[in-house]
Design a protein around this ligand. Structure first.
Ligand SMILES: Nc1ncnc2c1ncn2[C@@H]1O[C@H](COP(=O)(O)OP(=O)(O)O)[C@@H](O)[C@H]1O
Ligand SMILES: Cc1ncc(COP(=O)(O)O)c(N)n1
Length: 261
């Protein structure tokens, strides 16, 4: 059977824990065919982002043409957008209806600290997004706020949804406690997807993996709530599988293929 085609538009992580590499692993693990448009190249490992090179907008444009002219893309995940011009190249295709099931993970800062993306670039795409997947810090930044308290998350999600996305998932990886809960806001209201916290330092690329899994499941025909529930379970399993790995000396990658879970 021919697999459905999914697209990631994101940055390359040379350490392969996050970005394009995490997305392609997730797409493959979930039985979809992944294509990719690279918006930036990062020199990165499990310890740090050492350097960032934004791919020129004309080349982002060229990659989008190459993929969209040849493949029937069923869903797209957008991660790191290094420049506003790259965001505009993506927005142009979205406006033309070429990017159905658009999932946007607003990557702003790497968990190891370096700034990777811009609020202004994310803002350009918001009107075309079907599912927005910020963590709490990203949701706050998109709203121009310093931070969000636990009881401000639903209101923030609703406010972000008003800027365009039909659905907003505020992920809770940075919250305290034995459970990690993600809040999904749609016009049907709020739903919480909670799971056990996996105690590990190997959590590089959880947000990328989550949003890529949502896109893959939408491509396979899931409704948004089903896709989010699946993605949540997939990330928990992938974290559990890689819990004790020593791949690199810092925050290591997830077990995307379930080899060790
Ligand atoms: N330690 C953990 N245990 C279980 N699930 C986690 C853990 N950390 C993050 N997750 C899950 O990973 C996904 C991505 O969340 P998060 O880490 O907040 O994203 P980001 O990488 O953008 O900060 C969410 O589904 C969240 O619930
Ligand atoms: C190219 C790229 N894209 C996204 C992330 C965010 O991932 P994380 O939050 O795990 O640092 C990253 N570090 N690098």
């Amino acid at each position: 059977m021919t697999p459905v085609v999914v697209l990631t538009i994101a940055g390359s992580d040379s350490g392969a824990g996050a970005g394009i590499q995490a997305d392609l692993k997730t797409f493959a693990a979930l039985g979809t065919y992944g294509t990719s448009v690279v918006t930036a190249v990062t020199a990165q490992n499990t310890r740090a982002v050492l350097d960032v090179h934004a791919v020129p907008a004309a080349m982002v444009d060229g990659q989008l043409d190459a993929v969209l002219d040849d493949f029937e893309v069923a869903a797209t995940k957008v991660g790191m957008l290094g420049t506003e011009e790259a965001a505009e190249a993506v927005a142009r295709r979205a406006r033309a209806g070429r990017l159905p099931n658009l999932v946007l993970d607003p990557v702003l800062t790497a968990s190891t600290g370096r700034r990777l993306g811009l609020v202004a670039a994310v803002d350009r795409l918001l009107p075309y997004v079907n599912v927005l997947t910020p963590n709490r810090a990203e949701a706050a930044a998109l709203l121009g706020r310093a931070a969000l308290g636990p009881d401000e998350v639903a209101g923030a999600a609703a406010q972000l949804a008003a800027a365009g996305p039909g659905a907003v998932v505020v992920t809770g990886g940075d919250a305290e406690g034995g459970e990690v809960a993600d809040l999904l806001w749609t016009n049907g209201g709020a739903r919480t997807f909670a799971g056990p916290r996996v105690e590990t330092t190997n959590q590089h690329g959880t947000g990328c993996t989550f949003s890529a899994a949502v896109a893959a499941r939408l491509a396979l025909g899931d409704e948004v709530g089903e896709a989010v529930g699946f993605a949540k379970g997939y990330v928990t399993r992938a974290l559990a599988g890689g819990r004790d790995w020593t791949v690199g000396e810092g925050a290591g990658p997830l077990d995307h293929f379930g080899w060790f879970a």
